[in-house]
Design a protein around this ligand. Structure first.
Ligand SMILES: Nc1ncnc2c1ncn2[C@@H]1O[C@H](COP(=O)(O)OP(=O)(O)OP(=O)(O)O)[C@@H](O)[C@H]1O
Length: 250
């Protein structure tokens, strides 16, 4: 992946409240065009909160700071407006929509985005064929829900994709499918040289075997306390735990 030097997303001094608790205190993050960044941090650190706040989900109140996407201040825009600008997300827990089949949603996304790629083509990539005529999310196992989320994201192909723990609940047979699908999502050669970017939460680092991520960030205590080469950060954490990140604070 190349970086043209243009900034895709900038998060400045972000302070976010969820359910009367301040979860993010002062988050700063810059992601360039064509870059994929990895977000690490212990359970409860606020990784999902950061993604939800960038997406503009209700319940994630921004008390201070700004979110700039492709030079536009999106801090007060709705989820729909952010989605129209090119921000998309695969959630950690898939929402359930009884009565709406996954393939119906897939076809709507294809129509809306006038994609050349078909529902069947994408469902094959993430092994979703058997889920297409089921209600979205209803009774899906953890791994099925994760693959269905990626199915929607691959059809949507946003300029900026956020993915919350793509590996969680996915079995060993399907994990390489997920890795390859994400590799393709960020492959600019396949998308008319558009420099798509992403932010991926991972606990296992599996995605680093598939995507040459530019940067890793560690979120702890409501702030990004460490950033750098994702592989170095990940192996440091594996060896010494997140407490070593607090001491390191590079
Ligand atoms: N509605 C809520 N009310 C109160 N606290 C909340 C609410 N939603 C989330 N939290 C708290 O916010 C903190 C951050 O949660 P978040 O899901 O962002 O963490 P995370 O880093 O993604 O964790 P994990 O690695 O376990 O997925 C947690 O302590 C969580 O309990």
């Amino acid at each position: 992946m190349e970086n043209s030097g243009e900034i895709m997303l900038q998060v400045e001094h972000l302070k976010v409240e969820v359910g009367n608790e301040i979860i993010l205190k002062d988050v700063n993050l810059t992601i360039g065009e064509g870059e994929v960044h990895i977000l690490l941090g212990p359970n409860g650190a606020g990784k999902t909160t950061l993604l939800m706040a960038i997406m503009g989900m209700p319940g994630y109140t921004i008390l201070d700071g700004r979110i700039i996407f492709q030079e536009k201040d999106i801090t007060s825009l709705s989820v729909e407006e952010r989605s129209q600008l090119g921000i998309g997300m695969a959630f950690q827990k898939m929402p359930t929509i009884p009565g709406v089949q996954l393939q119906t949603l897939g076809k709507l996304i294809v129509e809306k985005h006038k994609n050349s790629i078909s529902v069947d083509e994408v469902s094959e990539k993430v092994n979703c064929g058997s889920l297409l005529n089921r209600s979205i999310g209803q009774g899906f196992s953890g791994g099925e829900a994760k693959r269905a989320e990626l199915f929607q994201l691959l059809l949507h192909r946003p300029m900026f994709s956020m993915i919350d723990e793509p590996e969680s609940g996915v079995d060993l047979d399907n994990i390489s499918l997920v890795g390859i699908a994400l590799q393709e999502l960020f492959d600019r050669k396949l998308v008319r040289k558009k420099k798509r970017s992403g932010l991926i939460i991972t606990h296992t680092g599996f995605i680093l075997d598939y995507i040459n991520a530019e940067m890793g960030h560690v979120l702890m205590d409501g702030k990004i306390i460490c950033q750098g080469n994702p592989r170095d950060i990940f192996s440091g954490i594996k060896l010494n735990g997140y407490e070593a990140c607090v001491r390191c604070e590079r």
